[in-house]
Write a protein of this length. Sequence first.
Length: 106
Amino acid sequence: MIFRFKYLSRRFPALAVWPFIILKYNESKQDEVLINHERIHLRQQIEMLWLPFFIWYILEFLIRWLRYRDAFRAYREISFEREAYRNDTDPGYLNRRRFWAFVKYL
């Protein structure tokens, strides 16, 4: 299910929180790459049973932030984000994706 919430950050115009994709802009519904990116996150959340996904996500962000001293780089280096960014342009990725595929991006 896709919803619009205009108060999201400009830097992050979309957010996946199972089972929802939340978008800042209505026109983002037509952005197939963005929607695919968020669907990859939904699959990751299902595999990790939701709460562990967010705990891991936050811990990995903090570790990488301490390492790089750059919040945006830390975000881009999170294994979940690396998997999603590397595969969001491939519309068939989720059909071929292996269970816990994000692990190879650690």
